[in-house]
Design a protein around this ligand. Structure first.
Ligand SMILES: [Zn+2]
Length: 413
């Protein structure tokens, strides 16, 4: 099956260079008038529209779509999402605004344990239905691939169930593909001593997860009061020797040494990283660690934004992702881009690279190259509803896209 996207506006391909320092609009954007030829879910060629029209003419056997000069960007990659959980904690917003602390809310029956209880009580079918609805919503705002963490089960049975559901959703051709991460070390379940839980993570949960064979990576919530640097190191080293890639949540609440461990272990990505010192940012950069910024969390919880001018000045490689979770219920990467572009003076091209080409390094696609538009890459694309590609970052309240191409399939919004 061949699809021709003719009369494209500017195409932001991002394929020439992933270096923050050398990336420019000139070397990242092809001027308007090109066509993209898609065969069997892969970009087969990019050529002038007139040439493609005269070569293929009116032959049947292919699907021609006139893009009418609208801009085209790669499919978006959400490199950090807690997609699967049940329950609804919306009432907690009132308690937080009344000044209740995390502990108060937990004692009132809220907090993560209430999500854990609801998630444990849900069947696989129920979780799959919730996941389906969320992924269709993410697809509408241009997400074609998502890193998805377990972590609301906090016991072996439910963690396995969450990864099983992620695997089932990922095989649905109408949904974004998923990159599953085991995050049993998200919190300690109520009623279990912390040390005993760590012991069960290493001796029971991890071997079961590895035997199940779905998770690609392991992630740990490394913060004082959750998992210390030493505990995180034990869990991550065991995970690494069991064949999993490593990810971390660090420095969301305090600069507590997680970034140094991230650099030491050369983890794939260390996320939140709000309180991380510049020194440690540079250590992570030297170790090849990507930093994941999650603007939805400060937006939802009222915290501060990271200092993005410092990040750019020191050319720190970073992704922008949603951190979708019960307290931060957005799956829209264009909204994340808007927060960065319209609130933190991030250039639209840098915001776009952080959720495409750089995010592809943090969350690779098992079938090939994604996050860029070039011959041989997976045909994951977004067609704007504007001739200006920058508009992807300027419409936070609705989708900026008229259509998405997902694994070569054209989906009109
Ligand atoms: Zn997270």
């Amino acid at each position: 099956m061949r699809t021709l996207l003719i009369n494209c506006g500017p195409i932001v391909h991002l394929s020439s260079d992933d270096d923050v320092a050398t990336r420019t609009v000139d070397n990242s954007v092809i001027e308007e008038g090109k066509a993209i030829i898609i065969e069997d879910g892969v970009i087969a060629n990019i050529a002038p529209s007139q040439e493609v029209i005269s070569e293929y003419g009116d032959n049947s056997g292919h699907h021609t779509i006139d893009v009418h000069g609208r801009a085209v960007i790669p499919g978006l990659i959400d490199a950090h999402a807690h997609l699967l959980w049940s329950g609804d904690r919306s009432q907690e917003v009132r308690w937080r605004l009344e000044g209740k602390t995390y502990r108060d809310i937990s004692e009132m029956g809220g907090g993560i344990q209430s999500t854990v209880n609801a998630t444990r009580a849900s069947s696989s079918d129920e979780l799959q239905k919730e996941g389906y609805v969320r992924l269709r919503s993410a697809l509408r705002t241009g997400t074609t691939h998502m890193e998805v963490k377990s972590g609301y089960g906090l016991n072996t049975e439910t963690e396995l169930k969450l990864l099983e559901v992620a695997s089932a959703l990922s095989s649905d051709r109408n949904l974004p593909t998923l990159d599953p991460t085991w995050m049993g070390a998200h919190d300690t379940p109520k009623g279990m001593p912390h040390e005993a839980y760590i012991e069960s993570l290493i001796s029971e949960q991890l071997p079961s997860i590895v035997e199940q064979g779905i998770a690609r990576s392991a992630d740990v919530f490394c913060e004082p009061g959750w998992f210390s640097v030493e505990e995180s190191e034990d869990i991550l080293k065991e995970s690494k020797s069991s064949g999993l890639d490593l990810r971390m949540h660090i420095d969301e609440f305090a600069d507590s040494g997680g970034s140094q461990l991230a650099a030491e272990l050369k983890v794939q990505t260390a996320d939140h990283a709000y309180h991380t010192s510049l020194d440690d940012r540079l250590k992570m950069k030297a170790a090849g660690v990507i930093t994941g910024f999650l603007p939805g969390t400060p937006y939802a919880m009222g915290d501060l934004w990271p200092n993005m001018s410092e990040i750019h000045k020191h050319e720190i490689p970073y992704t922008l992702a949603t951190d979708f979770n019960p307290n931060c219920q957005t799956l829209s990467l264009p909204f994340m881009a808007s927060l960065m572009v319209q609130r933190c003076k991030v250039q639209p091209l840098d915001a776009l690279a952080s959720m495409t080409v750089t995010a592809a390094k943090s969350s690779p696609h098992k079938n090939g190259v994604h996050g860029i538009i070039r011959e041989g890459a997976i045909a994951n694309l977004n067609i704007l509803d504007s001739p200006h590609w920058e508009s992807f970052s300027l419409k936070p309240s609705h989708t900026p896209f008229s259509a998405t191409v997902l694994n070569g399939t054209f989906i009109s919004h």
